[in-house]
Design a protein around this ligand. Structure first.
Ligand code: ADP
Length: 187
């Protein structure tokens, strides 16, 4: 099972991805997690990405694309994967099309978890208060920027899949279990 999962920051994308990988025995390809690993390991890539991520802006398409190209060809992806946090720009989406064509891989489902902006801010503020290991980019000011970046760069990608009639939209304001059920139904 190969899918793309879209959702704004705070939509619960990570939670759903974890539940899906357990149920379907597939892997999660999260560009955000991959970048945070690079930052943690203090690699050159990590050092250059850190400031951009801390601001809530997007890392360059070239870096992301090189990471994905390598990751998607690893053998653990054969049984299926969830693209989480990628493609995030139209340029990345076009690049992905070419890559998938070259590798003869087909994405079966494109899913968007939709959540209203006010609820997102509420959720993330709560998370910032509760979690001591808060991500550097998880405070409300930066979050606002992440939401704006999402609207500006990623909503056009969602519109693109919609225009191809490939988009499935799920109501992300429901309980975690209900959102999960809705996704499983589509799959
Ligand atoms: P979110 O919780 O908003 O979904 P992620 O964990 O996916 O965020 O990503 C965190 C940060 O990593 C982003 O704000 C961005 O700086 C960087 N990033 C992750 N994926 C991409 C991508 N596909 N293109 C550019 N930047 C990315």
């Amino acid at each position: 099972m190969k899918l793309i999962l879209f959702g704004p920051p705070g939509a619960g994308k990570g939670t759903q991805a974890k539940m899906l990988i357990d149920k379907f025995n597939i892997v999660q390809i999260s560009t955000g997690d991959m970048l945070r690993d690079e930052v943690q390991s203090e690699t050159e890539l990590g050092k250059s990405a850190k400031f951009i991520m801390d601001r809530g802006d997007l890392v360059s398409d070239d870096i992301i694309f090189a990471m994905i190209k390598k990751r998607i060809q690893m053998s653990d992806c054969n049984n299926g994967f969830i693209l989480d946090g990628f493609p995030r720009t139209l340029n990345q989406a076009i690049g992905l099309e070419g890559l998938l064509e070259d590798l003869k891989i087909e994405i079966e489902k494109v899913i968007e978890i939709e959540v209203d902006e006010n609820l997102l801010l509420e959720r993330i503020n709560k998370r910032a208060l509760e979690d001591k290991n808060t991500r550097n980019d998880d405070n409300s000011l930066i979050l606002k920027n992440r939401i704006n970046v999402y609207k500006k760069d990623t909503v056009p990608v969602i519109e693109y899949y919609k225009s191809l009639r490939r988009l499935n939209t799920i109501n992300g304001t429901q309980s975690i279990e209900k959102v999960f059920q809705d996704i499983v139904k589509i799959l």
